[in-house]
Ligand binder design. Structure first.
Ligand SMILES: Nc1nc2c(ncn2[C@@H]2O[C@H](COP(=O)(O)OP(=O)(O)OP(=O)(O)O)[C@@H](O)[C@H]2O)c(=O)[nH]1
Ligand SMILES: [Mg+2]
Length: 198
């Protein structure tokens, strides 16, 4: 299993030019990206997986992450925390700009990904925007794992229904129930990281 020994913030990218600049000085490392609706728990997930409290800014204000934030793990892989999509209270031009960054980064930035983690709120279930992103990832042939976030918020009686709903909307994908509060699912995620690197 993959063990995380070291996690540090590298940089924030807001444009293709900034990525070009980074490539001049940094080697490309195997990369994993984390994507999902605003407030789904991406930043908390990265903090939990890396067992680092404040690596990523997370909080109750949706739309916190507005750039592609890159982290270096064990000095040999990159994690990319992407902005969340679908935040209703954001102005339409702002939302469009974030969507552009997300689709550019995943599809046209020239970055190769070992694995994409698509985060879906286990209580809310997959939304049309999630399915749109999944469709895009599938079309690009990007290997994708689904994370059912905030699983600690569900009663045990609600769990199987919630997971079933996600499985029905997103068949043929690995779905991992996850809690950043209590670490449920973390060992499975570490296993996937390790497998993806081989
Ligand atoms: N109970 C519980 N709450 C969580 C969990 N993960 C995240 N949260 C809460 O959900 C809220 C949003 O979490 P973030 O990690 O900031 O979400 P994000 O997807 O990075 O949000 P944006 O950057 O706005 O796209 C915060 O208040 C977190 O404390 C979880 O596993 N369990
Ligand atoms: Mg975030």
């Amino acid at each position: 299993m993959f063990a995380i020994e070291n996690a540090t913030f590298k940089t924030s990218l807001a444009s293709p030019a900034q990525l070009e600049q980074l490539r001049l000085t940094e080697p490309e490392l195997p990369q994993f990206a984390f994507i999902g609706r605003s407030n789904v728990g991406k930043s908390s997930f990265i903090n939990s997986v890396t067992a680092t409290k404040n690596l990523c800014r997370s909080g109750s204000t949706p739309g916190l992450t507005r750039t592609v934030n890159l982290f270096v793990i064990n000095r040999k892989i990159h994690f990319a925390d992407l902005p969340g999509y679908g935040y209703a209270k954001m102005s339409i031009p702002e939302r469009k700009k974030l969507e552009q960054i997300i689709f550019w980064y995943l599809g046209d930035s020239g970055t190769t990904f070992k694995q994409i983690f698509l985060l879906v709120d286990s209580k809310i279930g997959p939304q049309p925007s999630d399915l749109e992103v999944l469709n895009f990832l599938n079309q690009k042939g990007l290997p994708t794992t689904i994370i059912a976030t905030k699983i600690d918020r569900l009663r045990s009686s609600e769990r199987s229904h919630a997971i079933k709903k996600i499985t029905q909307a997103i068949p043929h994908h690995n779905i991992i129930p996850y809690s950043s509060e209590n670490g449920e699912g973390r060992s499975k995620v570490l296993e996937i990281l390790g497998q993806s690197l081989h």
